[in-house]
Design a protein around this ligand. Sequence first.
Ligand SMILES: Cc1cc2nc3c(=O)[nH]c(=O)nc-3n(C[C@H](O)[C@H](O)[C@H](O)COP(=O)(O)O)c2cc1C
Length: 353
Amino acid sequence: MTWIHDAATAVLRRLDPEIAHRLSLQGLAWGLGPRHLQDDEPSLAIDLAGLTLANAVGLAAGFDKDAEVADRLLSLGFGFVECGTVTPLPQAGNPRPRLFRLPADRAVINRMGFNNAGLDRFAGRLGRMPSPRAGPVGANVGANKESADRVADYVIGLRRLWPLADYFTLNVSSPNTPGLRELQQKTAMEELLGAVAEARASLSATHGQRPVFLKIAPDLSASGARDILETAVANGLDGLIVSNTTLARPASLVSPHRAEDGGLSGAPLFEPSTALLRDLFAEAGGRLVLIGAGGVGSGAEAYAKIRAGARAVQLYTALAYEGPGLVRRIKRELAARLRADGFVRLKDAVGAG
Ligand SMILES: Cc1cc2nc3c(=O)[nH]c(=O)nc-3n(C[C@H](O)[C@H](O)[C@H](O)COP(=O)(O)O)c2cc1C
């Protein structure tokens, strides 16, 4: 059946990217995607801040913003799926067009601007998901564009979804909500993470522990990234997701859309996001976990992120180019690389190179 999915992916790639994305979600909702048995190689399993992953290859936020098809995405073979970014209130996002393919660069530029149906719809869908889930489903939370109190928006997201999601990600790194990335500055970060720690203490007492991660931009300075790491550790965060999309435009880009405003993802993001990951791994000294995102499109790239210090990886852009068969391919290649280097378990390769 793989050829059918490959053919469907080829057709989708010829359509307007946002329409293609909507059709992919619809197709998954109708059950048209491939279904994989839970047959992951044992070497790919890992514990991630208390989450048990059958494999360390996850879907990054932004594909399933409204938690419409999380169970179907797990059936594609992902070890974990992150839904969102969800904001307390529904919002339309930026005017279209706001999503651009850069095929010759294996990249995408997006300036979606947190288009989503809001917390109520998100919570309703997570609540209706079949249980038990085939893997962890995370909620990536953010702030509304017009919010008067952005810190409060994150806390509202946590409170509403705590009983429903397996983990949380605080997204402070989208380049498409004006001012959002300023939350990464030291004082703002302390305020946000302090409020989150307080909310979390009471939520954990009533509903149990959940890991909370922070997703950061690849465009931070070395000292800015170090400050965030220390603030995250001081406030008991479980990990960092490194990274969101970049505002940089490498000189290597050749596609006509390369000058569009927004965040760049895919192959050109691999090197800068992996370099930041490597630095933070050295700095973290095991005080929190790191999840690598940015330009993963093969087992070799997933393996490179793991050797640089990631305990798990996430991807999005390559899925849009390669289609759902990609997940299986990456897992097969990753398992082969671990074997070739004599690692019995993925955790032994974390930070090994
Ligand atoms: C169209 C699109 C929408 C995205 N939306 C979100 C989002 O809502 N929240 C978020 O944290 N990251 C979002 N991202 C960033 C991805 O989760 C990921 O961090 C980034 O694309 C790097 O991974 P990749 O190179 O594998 O795509 C989005 C990415 C794309 C391409």
